[in-house]
Design a protein around this ligand. Structure first.
Ligand SMILES: Cc1cc2nc3c(=O)[nH]c(=O)nc-3n(C[C@H](O)[C@H](O)[C@H](O)COP(=O)(O)OP(=O)(O)OC[C@H]3O[C@@H](n4cnc5c(N)ncnc54)[C@H](O)[C@@H]3O)c2cc1C
Length: 434
């Protein structure tokens, strides 16, 4: 038997592909016989025949053409090419978009139930499920609008040929996630530091894994003692695995499981890390203004004059610093302006969950899955899984893919939720994490 073709047909509706093969597909040569998984092609006076099989995995469809027999059938190459072209024409890449939703007339659950049935089913069981699914929906809409019709960035950085006076701070940090780590180090070095964060300070809505060697830099800098570091560890596992799905590859392109025992094997209590950095920053004389949003900066010859707004009260304020540090991440309006309207080229759509109470025979918490794929490309995406043991008996796991931003295919979190939940619906307790 020889494999002649292996294709992904980018549709979750595998039955439709099978049905098309059995009814509409007309090969130039040979006699078609339907089978449970596709069809066979037989050729008069020829010992070889072709088998076309389809199957479903990760909400997409795969197809293979095999030849039974050693002698190629007549016009074999052009027959396979024609099949591929017809499949592409009948099942083109489509990037479904969420339906319009009018929340005055129906709930988010009923609006999305037809297109995203598992997502709706699980969100209905999450504590704030309705709110969170609405948020995910609007994020996706906003994202799509932004990619399709990019807005000119609102200018936020201005140069002023005037003196800004004597600045009140040496360093003004915008953004209190990774920003607070740097800010704490600089405050301890004696600089006058102010940190501005839009959210209540100390929130990190995600799990965070790190390696001992990475964290050692912060100990070497004197920011943390080794004992403090140990107290931040929620879980440390013995070994992490990487494995890409390769059963369809020729043997020379297959690889054994890669072990990286010391990479990302520590789950940090990220909120405690931020709080501790905040304490160290304040102890060294620094200040934190949280729930405060950056608005604009006027750069003068002596200072950066930063305009901010305190969100709960709406009160505006101007602070001055010798240096402004942008740590607002990918949402930074400064990066947006300075990079001509796009602060990034690619994104990494990620969905995930924290589960607890899983039997040890299913997953041993001494191990993590750093990068793992269990299928080939799926509707244009290479889906990758990550699994990290967390506090107690918790396991955090993510599904993500790397994605170049394109107006025809902005990427979809709702599709990802559906993929994710389809793959893990056998797991009993799923708790929303992000
Ligand atoms: C699901 C997920 C899992 C991840 N896991 C890991 C991991 O295990 N290990 C790892 O090393 N990395 C991980 N990462 C990547 C890591 O989280 C990021 O690299 C890191 O958070 C980037 O930090 P940042 O401070 O630059 O930006 P961000 O984390 O985005 O922080 C930006 C901060 O700026 C604030 N801000 C934004 N706009 C304003 C404004 N106008 N005014 C004031 N404040 C503002 C935001 O509220 C936020 O607190 C993960 C990312 C995701 C999404």
């Amino acid at each position: 038997m020889q494999e002649l073709s292996y294709l992904e047909i980018p549709t979750p509706d595998t039955d439709a592909v099978r049905h098309w093969l059995q009814s509409a597909y007309t090969p130039q040569v040979g006699q078609k016989i339907p089978t449970a998984t596709g069809c066979r092609l037989q050729f008069p006076n020829h010992t070889s025949e072709l088998a076309i099989v389809v199957w479903s995995l990760q909400r997409t469809t795969y197809l293979k053409v095999f030849r039974w027999g050693t002698v190629p059938v007549r016009r074999e190459k052009s027959l396979v090419q024609a099949l591929q072209q017809q499949l592409r024409a009948n099942f083109p890449y489509r990037y479904p978009q969420p339906p319009p939703v009018d929340l005055e007339k129906e709930s988010i659950f009923s609006a999305l139930a037809k297109d995203y049935p598992l997502t709706v089913q699980y969100f209905q069981h999450f504590p704030n499920g309705e709110y969170d699914l609405t948020r995910a929906y609007w994020w996706e809409q906003r994202w799509r609008d932004g990619v399709r019709s990019p807005q000119q960035p609102r200018p936020v950085v201005f140069s002023q040929a005037v003196s800004g006076g004597d600045p009140s701070y040496d360093l003004v940090y915008l953004g209190g996630a990774l920003g607070v780590i740097h800010a704490a180090v600089m405050a301890r070095l004696g600089y006058r530091v102010l940190l501005i964060e839009r959210l209540p300070f100390g929130r990190m809505n995600r799990e965070w894994n790190i390696s001992r060697s990475e964290f050692a830099n912060l100990i070497d800098l004197g920011l943390f003692t080794p004992t403090e570091f140990e107290s931040l560890i929620a879980c440390e596992y013995e070994d992490g695995f990487h494995k890409f799905f390769d059963v369809n590859n020729p043997p020379q392109c297959q690889a054994p499981v890669l072990h990286t025992p010391t990479v990302l094997n520590i789950a940090i209590d990220s909120e405690r890390l931020l709080r501790l950095c905040g304490e160290k920053l304040r102890q060294a004389g620094g200040e934190i203004w949280d729930q405060t949003e950056f608005q604009r900066v006027d750069v003068t010859d002596t200072a950066a004059c930063v305009q901010v707004v305190h969100l709960p009260s709406g009160r505006e304020n101007v602070v001055t610093g010798r240096l402004l540090v942008d740590a607002m991440g990918t949402a930074s309006p400064i990066a947006w302006q300075l990079n001509g309207g796009r602060s990034f080229e690619s994104v990494c759509p990620t969905v995930g969950a924290v589960i607890s109470g899983l039997d040890r025979s299913v997953w041993d918490p001494q191990y993590g899955d750093v990068l793992n794929s269990h299928g080939d490309i799926s509707r244009g995406r290479q889906l990758i899984w990550e699994l990290f043991p967390g506090k107690g008996d918790e396991l955090t796991f993510y599904l993500f893919h790397y994605h170049q931003v394109h107006p025809d295919n902005p990427g979809s979190l709702l599709e990802m939720y559906e993929d994710f939940l389809r793959s893990c619906r056998s797991i009993v307790a799923v708790t929303w994490t992000n």
